[in-house]
Design a protein around this ligand. Structure first.
Ligand SMILES: *[C@@H]1O[C@H](CO)[C@@H](O)[C@H](O)[C@H]1NC(C)=O
Length: 385
């Protein structure tokens, strides 16, 4: 029975670890080690006496005594830690402390039976309640059975857990999170956002000073252009740019997705919502337009208007493929990061120069997540139609 208990605790330990509960995991693993050795010693000594076996048992008790003293100390630490989690965990560690004392007495061959029984039953009640409570809370996703409040809330440690984020970092699947980031962008802030490729820095096209800030944040050379993300081609149509039927057809075939088309710049950009930022996006006579294939980003653009976008890495460094990378590398310079976890791609978009599409066709400026061959194939198909 005791061995089974050890096994269950081992299981609980691994489960706790999987839920990133390191204290719980460590505690359960230690408990299961103690528990099993307790069980093993018991079995050894209770085994019908072949004198040999008992000798081994007796010979080892010194080791076990030392072990349980060490565990007493370790468990004392766990008790302190547990007191900042919840009452149930605290009781569990306290009971384990009692059990350790039990074990210690046992190795000294000085264990009163009633004491052991009491301790074991207290422990099993707590374990049973704790297991049931966490199971139900886990299954229903809320606190149905009380785990008890933390007794010792260390003020500073709580702050430590929330404060290391240098900026606002809402989750992308929350509407409120999206609104927060949209409001920041609409007031001229620079935020990290997920795209259908790697993470990017975004600034509203209506705020030229925000676009300036992007250059400063990235230490980006001023002559390198920033591109524009829109949410759909209809937005572009409404601005009535001088785009040939061939180019429209081509764009319809590559958008939405990881391809950016460089087209000629013009006054039509202002109708797109690119106001004062006109001179800060693209080059003097060209601009790269992209329609991302990512629902959260498209929603965000619908809330903010076209966004000036560039990859979220300091110039010359590797791309950011997780929001943690954006937060750790640039978080202190940003107002917010929209957290969307792992990015879909590990390489940036493919950039296509379409400025001379009617005269000499397209050229690949940078090959990214969409193979150049595939883009050319789409172009040939569209052209020959
Ligand atoms: C696009 O191609 C045209 C003609 O080949 C060239 O003049 C222009 O500089 C190119 N633009 C970019 C951004 O590569």
């Amino acid at each position: 029975l005791i061995l089974i208990g050890g096994f269950v605790q081992l299981l609980a330990g691994f489960l706790a670890f999987r839920k990133y509960d390191h204290l719980g995991g460590a505690a359960f693993l230690t408990f299961s080690a103690l528990w099993s050795s307790y069980g093993a010693t018991k079995v050894l000594c209770a085994a019908p006496v072949s004198g040999h076996l008992l000798d081994i048992g007796a010979g080892n008790t010194e080791g076990f005594t030392a072990g349980s003293v060490a565990f007493l100390v370790l468990n004392a630490f766990l008790i302190i830690l547990a007191s900042s989690f919840n009452v149930v965990l605290l009781c569990l560690t306290l009971a384990m402390e009692l059990l350790t004392i039990c074990f210690l007495l046992f190795t000294l061959e000085n264990l009163p039976l009633p004491f052991e029984t009491v301790v074991l039953s207290i422990l099993s009640v707590i374990c049973f309640y704790g297991a049931t409570a966490s199971l139900t809370n886990c299954m229903f996703g809320k606190d149905l059975l009380m785990m008890g409040p933390p007794l010792l809330t260390v003020q500073s440690s709580k702050k430590d857990r929330e404060d290391p984020l240098p900026c606002v970092c809402p989750k992308s699947h929350l509407t409120s999170g999206l609104r927060t980031i949209a409001e920041l962008l609409n007031t001229g802030a620079v935020c990290g956002v997920p795209t259908d490729t790697v993470y990017a820095l975004a600034a509203s096209c209506k705020h030229p000073q925000a676009i300036e800030k992007v250059y400063r944040i990235k230490d980006r050379p001023q002559e390198k252009p920033i591109c524009i993300f829109i949410s759909n081609l209809e937005q572009l149509r409404a601005a009535a740019p001088p785009i040939s039927p061939l180019l429209w057809e081509f764009m319809e075939n590559v958008y939405p997705g990881g391809v950016g088309c460089i087209i000629r710049k013009g006054e039509w950009l202002k109708k797109l919502g690119v106001g004062a930022g006109y001179s800060r996006v693209g080059t003097q006579d060209s601009i790269m337009i992209r329609v991302p294939d990512l629902t959260v980003l498209v929603h965000l653009i619908d809330m903010t208007g076209p966004l000036a976008i560039t990859s979220a890495n300091p110039s010359g460094e590797a791309d950011s493929t997780h929001h943690d990378m954006v937060i750790s590398r640039l978080g202190h310079k940003l107002e917010g990061v929209l957290c969307d976890g792992e990015s879909d791609e590990v390489v940036a978009s493919t950039v296509v120069n379409c400025t001379k599409i009617d005269e000499s066709g397209i050229t690949i400026v940078r090959e990214g997540c969409i193979p150049a061959g595939k883009v050319m194939q789409i172009f040939e198909r569209v052209k020959n139609r």
